[in-house]
Ligand binder design. Structure first.
Ligand code: NAG
Ligand code: NAG
Length: 346
């Protein structure tokens, strides 16, 4: 009933087709594990290179995942250059409101994961608490530090996103300090300004996705326009939680492998693939709630569970997607948002 990461499987979990998929995936995993061991035995094995990028797209074996994430994201270098910094944050003076907000959120993080239960041994709640407290004092521009009590309620989903990210990092690295530095890589560098109080980066990227859909899957963009569905309604959680709780765990990890190496454009590749692959299905929607429901359904089922083929798809299905295109769209979308006055805090 519990998966290898400690998540309880839902009542209606389809064990038959999962077993069938996993026995095939095991073969891939074994082959990749052998290749990675060879790569890691060499010196300079994980310097950024075309080969390492290709290896990462095909999946990092779980036993090497934490190490590779640390190296390719620059977290390892930062941790080494700032020895003792993490502990100093934990031992230093604390902002009471920040601590209070984190405590309140604690119980809401992964209620379906046995490793985060009070009864678990070791219980990861304390680890999660430490990482979040340290991060909140490290980066004072993120939501936690800035908002007042009543705003906290409105931004809960943002915090929950950050808790989820930190929680996943802890599950994979099983190391508090590494989780902190990986969270720093994600929030501080890889994601453009998603977690600041005005969430400009997040709002911008949702609009950018809308523009990309207009270019690549115009019928869906037209449907959204016709029914007045804003992108933020259907995709904000994809961006905030980086697909945690949206897609199956194994698939999320494969996406993160590429995210740490290639950056935030991977999120657009995943989103576009989900939308393009299910274009006909989405276009069956005839009203607003129908559309929202379709966007939930396209994140479930065989297509997303089969993580290896899914990851091949994200590099072919959406077609070319250069960083230059994304940057240009980010610029125009941001300018539009600023003109509409969306820069205020929530
Ligand atoms: C979290 O849950 C525990 C028991 O499971 C409870 O004692 C505690 O008060 C809760 N904390 C908050 C802040 O809700
Ligand atoms: C803090 O987080 C914000 C929001 O994501 C980011 O833009 C900024 O670079 C981060 N600052 C530091 C010091 O990491």
């Amino acid at each position: 009933r519990v998966d290898p990461y400690g998540f309880e499987r839902p009542e209606d979990f389809d064990y038959m087709s999962y077993e069938e998929f996993f026995s095939r995936y095991m073969v891939v995993l074994t082959r990749r594990a052998i290749k990675w061991s060879k790569l890691l035995k060499r010196n300079n094995g994980v310097q950024k290179s075309v080969k390492v990028k290709r290896y990462i797209r095909k999946g990092i074996p779980n036993e090497h995942r934490a190490l590779i994430w640390m190296i390719v994201s620059g977290a390892q270098a930062n941790m080494e250059q700032n020895a003792g910094y993490y502990n100093k944050l934990l031992e230093g003076e604390k902002n009471d409101m920040l601590v209070e907000a984190i405590k309140t959120d604690m119980n809401r993080t992964f209620p379906d994961n046995v490793q985060f239960r009070k009864t678990a041994d070791p219980c990861l709640q304390q680890t999660l608490y430490n990482v979040l407290v340290a991060y909140g004092h490290h980066n004072k521009t993120v939501g936690y530090c800035q908002v007042s009590k009543d705003i906290i309620k409105k931004t809960l989903f943002l915090f929950q996103g950050m808790n989820f990210l930190a929680g996943y990092l802890i599950l994979i690295t099983k190391n508090e300090e590494e989780s902190f530095w990986l969270l720093d890589a994600l929030i501080g560098r890889i994601l453009p300004d998603y977690y600041s109080p005005a969430m400009m980066g997040l709002k911008t990227d949702q609009e950018v996705l809308g523009e990309l859909v207009r270019m690549k899957v115009p019928a869906v963009a037209e449907l959204m326009d016709r029914h007045g569905v804003m992108w933020t309604l259907v995709v904000s959680r994809w961006f905030i939680c980086l697909f945690i709780d949206i897609l199956p765990v194994e698939t999320v990890l494969r996406i993160w492998d590429c995210l740490f190496y290639e950056g935030s454009k991977i999120i657009f590749r995943v989103a576009l693939t989900l939308i393009k692959q299910h274009q006909a299905f989405i276009l069956e929607a005839t009203n607003f709630p129908d559309i929202c429901d379709k966007f939930k359904q396209i994140t479930r089922g065989t297509f997303v569970t089969e993580c290896h083929t899914f990851m091949q798809k994200i590099f072919t299905e959406p077609g070319s997607l250069s960083m230059a295109t994304i940057n240009k769209l980010r610029e125009t979308c941001r300018a539009k948002l600023v003109a509409q006055g969306s820069t205020n805090n929530i």
